[in-house]
Design a binder for this molecule. Structure first.
Ligand SMILES: Cc1cc2nc3c(=O)[nH]c(=O)nc-3n(C[C@H](O)[C@H](O)[C@H](O)COP(=O)(O)OP(=O)(O)OC[C@H]3O[C@@H](n4cnc5c(N)ncnc54)[C@H](O)[C@@H]3O)c2cc1C
Length: 485
C-alpha cells in the first residue's frame, strides 16, 4: 500500500485528495496535512467583507468529510521535506508540526510514496511595514479577516450616516502583488453596498493598484471580439470606474502603511501619501517557506524552491528578457524536476515568469503584478496530478503523466461588482489561454473568440450559484465529481 501525502487542504489540495480517493479507493492511503480545521471558499470572502454573508457560510469543518471518505487528516503544518529520506530511512518524508489543539506543537516525520505540495500562498504582510490586520490596514484573504473587515466597514457606514466624509481605499499593498481581481471585486462590492445603504454621497472610493492599466489583472489585460469590434479589458474596466465614480491610482507600490496614511511610490518615481479612513489592501504572496534536505542533512531548499518560496516544477526557469519568454516555458505536469514523486500545484508552484510586463521605477522598484493562479486552474491542477499519481499506482509505475499547462488552459472568472439578487452585478470574463501564446495567436496572444467580457446581473447569479456548487463539491456530496473544477 502506497501513501500519498497532500500538504494543504485548499482549492487545489482538497480537489487532489478527493479525486485520489475516488480513483484509489482503499488500495492506497491518502493523508492530508493542513493547519486549519476548516475549508474556506475564499472567493466568497469578498461578500463576508461587506456583511452580505457570514463567516460560517464560507467555511465548513474538514474532519467529517475526510472521515466519511476514508482520508486521513492531520491538522498540522509542514515545515521541511526530506525527498530522499533521512539517515534512518531512505523513504521520502515530510516534517510536520501539529496545530491541532489536542496535539499542539507535537512534531512528526511522515513518510510518503508521493507528495503533493498544495500549500497555497503565505500572506506576506511583512513585506510592507504597517500592512495588514496586525498593522494599519484590513484584509479579506481569510474568512476571519473578512469578518473583521466587515465590522470596520459598518463603522464607516455609521460615520457616513452622521454626515462625515470618508475615504475608502481598496487595492494591493505592494508593487509585486497578485490577485488584483479580488481587489477589484472588493472595491465594487463596497461601492455597491454604500449605495444600497444610501451613504454613497459622502464616500470617496479609491482603487490603488500596481497594474500599469486598468483591466490588466496580472494577465497583461485581454482583448475581446464583440459584435464585430475588438475591444479591451482596459476600455471595459475604465468605463466601469467612470460609471461608478471610483478613482483609480495605477502603477503604485505601497512602501508603508501608517495609521490613516498610505505611502506609495509610482512607476515614474514620484512618492505620494494618501490619507484614508478605511483601507483593505491585499498582501503579496510567497511560498509556505518549506525547507528541504538531502539524506545527509545538506540543505537543498534553494534547489527545490524558487527564491519566493514556491516549488520549482517542470517549467523553464532560465532567466531571459521578457520578450523571449514563451508559452512553452510554463509547466505541464507540475512534477518536480529533481524528484519524480514530488508535485507542486495551485499557488504553490513557481511560475517561470510574469505574464504582465515587468516594469521598474527610476528608483529601481519593481512595480508589476505577479501571475495569478485562480481557483479554476488550481482545481484543475489538483485533478490532473491526482490522475497522474493514480495511473502510476494502478499501472506498473510508468503511466504517462496528465498535462494541464496554463498556456493551453482556458479560465472563466466572475468578478463580483455588487451582491444583490435584483440590483447586483458581476463581470464575467473568459480567456483562452491564460498565459498568452503569441505563436498561435499573434495579435494578442489569445483566441479572440474564446476571450470574452460581459457585465450584468446574470453574472452575479452565476457567481452565487458557483458559491453553492463549489461548497457542495468540496463537501463531497453525491456526484460531486460531475461538477467541473
Ligand atoms: C480575497 C480573495 C478572493 C478570491 N477570489 C477568487 C475568485 O473569485 N475566483 C477565483 O478563481 N479565484 C479567486 N481567488 C484565488 C483563489 O482563492 C486561489 O486561486 C486558490 O485558493 C488557490 O488554491 P490553492 O490550493 O493553491 O491555495 P489555498 O486555497 O490558499 O490553499 C492552501 C492550503 O494550504 C494550507 N497550508 C498553508 N501552509 C501550509 C503548510 N506549511 N503545511 C500544510 N498546509 C499548509 C492552507 O491552510 C490551505 O489549506 C481569490 C483569492 C483571494 C485572496
Amino acid at each position: 500500500m502506497a501513501r500519498i501525502v497532500i500538504l494543504g487542504a485548499g482549492i487545489s489540495g482538497h480537489t487532489a485528495a478527493l479525486h485520489l480517493k475516488r480513483k484509489l479507493k482503499k488500495r492506497h492511503e491518502i493523508v492530508v496535512v493542513s493547519p486549519n480545521s476548516n475549508w474556506n471558499w475564499i472567493p466568497s470572502n469578498i461578500w463576508v467583507g461587506v456583511g452580505k454573508m457570514s463567516k460560517n457560510q464560507v467555511i465548513f469543518p474538514l474532519r467529517p468529510v475526510y472521515r466519511r471518505k476514508g482520508i486521513e487528516f492531520r491538522q498540522a503544518k509542514a515545515t521541511a521535506l526530506w525527498p530522499e529520506g533521512d539517515e534512518n530511512n531512505p523513504q521520502g518524508a515530510v516534517d510536520i508540526v501539529y496545530t491541532d489543539p489536542e496535539r499542539l506543537g507535537d512534531e512528526e516525520r511522515l513518510t510518503y510514496d508521493f507528495l503533493i505540495n498544495a500549500t497555497g500562498p503565505k500572506l506576506n504582510f511583512a513585506a510592507t511595514p504597517g500592512l495588514g490586520p496586525d498593522g494599519n490596514s484590513l484584509s479579506v484573504c481569510t474568512a476571519q479577516h473578512a469578518e473583521e473587515t466587515s465590522k470596520e466597514f459598518d463603522k464607516i457606514v455609521e460615520a457616513l450616516r452622521r454626515g462625515e466624509r470618508k475615504t475608502l481605499v481598496v487595492g494591493v499593498g505592494h508593487g509585486t502583488c497578485t490577485c488584483e481581481g479580488a481587489a477589484f471585486e472588493y472595491t465594487f462590492n463596497i461601492e455597491h453596498e454604500l449605495r444600497e445603504r444610501n451613504v454613497r454621497d459622502l464616500a470617496d472610493v479609491i482603487y490603488l493598484t500596481n497594474e500599469y492599466d486598468l483591466g490588466d489583472f496580472g494577465v497583461g489585460g485581454m482583448q475581446f471580439a464583440q459584435r464585430g469590434f475588438v475591444t479591451s479589458s482596459k476600455m471595459w474596466t475604465e468605463s466601469l470606474f467612470r460609471e461608478r465614480n471610483v478613482r483609480a491610482i495605477l502603477r503604485a507600490h505601497v512602501e508603508r502603511v501608517d495609521p490613516g496614511v498610505i505611502h506609495y511610490e509610482q512607476l515614474d518615481g514620484t512618492k505620494e501619501s494618501l490619507p484614508f479612513d478605511f483601507a483593505m489592501l491585499l498582501p503579496p504572496f510567497r511560498g509556505a517557506d518549506l525547507k528541504a534536505f538531502k539524506r545527509s542533512g545538506e540543505d537543498i531548499t534553494s534547489e527545490l524552491f524558487a527564491p519566493n518560496g514556491f516549488l520549482r516544477v517542470d517549467a523553464d526557469y532560465t532567466a531571459k528578457p521578457y520578450d523571449s519568454w514563451t508559452a512553452e516555458d510554463w509547466p505541464k505536469t507540475y512534477q518536480s524536476r529533481s524528484y519524480e514523486n514530488l508535485f507542486g500545484i495551485g499557488i504553490a508552484f513557481a511560475p517561470p515568469h510574469p505574464i504582465s510586463q515587468p516594469r521598474t521605477s527610476p528608483n529601481g522598484t519593481l512595480i508589476a503584478p505577479a501571475p495569478p493562479r485562480t481557483g479554476m486552474p488550481s482545481g484543475l491542477m489538483g485533478r490532473i496530478v491526482a490522475q497522474s499519481i493514480a495511473d502510476r499506482l494502478l499501472s506498473n509505475g510508468d503511466a504517462p503523466l496528465h498535462k494541464a499547462s496554463m498556456a493551453n488552459m482556458g479560465a472563466a472568472c466572475i468578478a463580483s461588482a455588487g451582491a444583490s439578487l435584483k440590483n447586483g452585478s458581476a463581470a464575467a470574463m473568459t480567456m483562452y489561454p491564460i498565459v498568452p501564446d503569441f505563436e498561435r495567436f499573434p495579435d494578442s496572444g489569445r483566441d479572440l473568440k474564446e476571450t470574452t467580457g460581459e457585465i450584468g446581473l446574470g453574472a452575479h447569479w452565476t457567481k452565487l450559484l458557483l458559491h453553492y456548487l463549489f461548497i457542495y463539491k468540496a463537501k463531497a456530496r453525491p456526484l460531486w465529481f460531475l461538477i467541473p473544477e
